[in-house]
Design a protein around this ligand. Structure first.
Ligand SMILES: *Cc1c(COP(=O)(O)O)cnc(C)c1O
Length: 391
């Protein structure tokens, strides 16, 4: 069936009869060695998607997850899997660049990606220049002789700027520059990246694909221009993901559409309640006008997920810490995208090098889980009333 809707792809993607047998699901298929029937067969074989060759190149469990992710991005040629999101990002960057090249990276980028660019990547002779996430088509002025790639992240980590992905990709394509998007927040369900002109779309599957805070996963989905090079680089770097983790990814993926819509509804309810509180300043949630790029989110996205940042009005870190410590239903910890709510104090200002960021006052990042949002609101109200933040 052509033109299946994404919800249908999530349910049916990767479930080939030859991989699952008569059962509904593809099982956990463990293998390092693959046996060949003869020397002739061994010599004729080569690593290839969907062909048993060696554990590094996957078994039906990993292929099923890769195929399901590829089907979510119309225009994609294939998907490579990684043991976490950061490994996916660094592999994609290494696949497209060589010594002497330059990469343009959004100033709102995920912190560990910045550390990779400023450290290891620099040591291997690739220069990084950070750009204003709101630059849009103006990126054309930054593309130089040595620029070979542009890394986007939309919305940005911590500060949530929504980028003009189509305009940046169009400018890049006109100059033969590859575009890489960290699409972890929206997933292909809420932002189909290939359709917007992105060459390599990256997910930390640890977040919404897994969805249950119990697995580390990453993926890069690439178009035909880049998939062969991505595949080669990933194998050369020795990347693989365990079949158990791939299976958890598949398990999570099947329900991702319903989970995302519930995260969205719950987060909107909590965010609107917060915005009306005297203790709250800027609401850095893409569906709020306070958020840089809000209009682009309205134009380009099919939804919002559960992660956003807000500013406390007045007070400093001590008040912020008291507020956070008073919360009972929100866990304090890194990562997000699971079924449970999380809270984190975030301080993006000192990290930025190209631009200042929005939001006066101490910032708090929330991930809104699948609890009843009224209970979350009651928890937040109680933490405010305990004097955690001063209006
Ligand atoms: C968490 C995250 C990553 C890294 O994923 P891990 O699986 O934790 O390595 C990358 N990008 C974004 C935007 C993230 O939030």
């Amino acid at each position: 069936m052509k033109d299946r809707k994404p919800d249908t792809d999530l349910v049916h993607g990767g479930r080939r009869r030859e991989w699952r047998g008569p059962a509904v699901n593809v099982p956990v298929h463990r293998a390092s060695t693959i046996l060949f029937d003869s020397v002739a067969e061994l010599r004729a074989a080569a690593p290839e998607f969907g062909k048993a060759y060696y554990g590094l190149h996957g078994t039906p469990t990993q292929w099923a997850l890769a195929e399901a992710l590829t089907e979510l991005e119309p225009g994609a040629a294939g998907t490579m899997l990684y043991s976490n999101g950061l490994a996916a990002l660094t592999a994609a960057i290494m696949a497209v660049l060589a010594a002497g090249d330059e990469i343009l990276v959004t100033d709102s980028v995920y912190g560990p990606t910045r550390r990779f660019c400023d450290g290891l990547l620099k040591r291997y002779g690739v220069a990084t220049r950070y750009y204003d996430p709101m630059i849009g088509g103006g990126i054309a002025d930054l593309i130089g002789e040595r620029t070979r790639a542009i890394l986007l992240e939309s919305p940005g980590s911590l500060t949530m700027e929504v980028q003009d992905v189509p305009a940046i990709c169009a400018a890049a394509r006109a100059r033969g520059v590859a575009t890489l998007l960290d699409n972890t927040w929206a997933t292909p369900l809420f932002f189909p990246a290939m359709a917007a002109g992105v060459d390599l779309s990256i997910l930390a599957g640890t977040k919404y694909v897994g969805g249950h805070a119990d697995v580390m996963l990453g993926s890069v989905t690439a178009n035909a221009d880049w998939y062969p090079r991505l595949e080669r680089a990933s194998w050369d770097l020795g990347h693989s993901v365990s079949p158990d983790d791939a299976w958890l990814g598949l398990r999570g993926l099947r329900t991702m559409a319903v989970r995302l819509r519930q995260h969205e509804a719950n987060a909107l309810k909590v965010a609107h309640w917060l915005k009306a509180r005297p203790e709250v300043g800027a609401m850095l949630h893409p569906s709020f006008p306070d958020c840089p790029g809000h209009d682009l989110w309205v134009r380009d996205f099919r939804g919002a997920t559960g992660l956003f940042t807000f500013a406390l009005r007045g007070g400093g870190d001590a008040e912020r810490v008291r507020f956070i410590d008073a919360l009972e239903l929100f866990g304090i910890g890194y990562s997000w995208g699971g079924y449970e709510s999380l809270v984190l104090p975030v301080d993006p200002k000192p990290i930025r090098t190209a631009t200042a960021c929005q939001g006066e006052g101490p910032l708090v990042r929330l991930h809104i889980g699948l609890e009843d949002p009224d209970d979350l609101i009651e928890d937040l109200a109680r933490a405010f009333d305990l004097g955690g933040a001063t209006p």
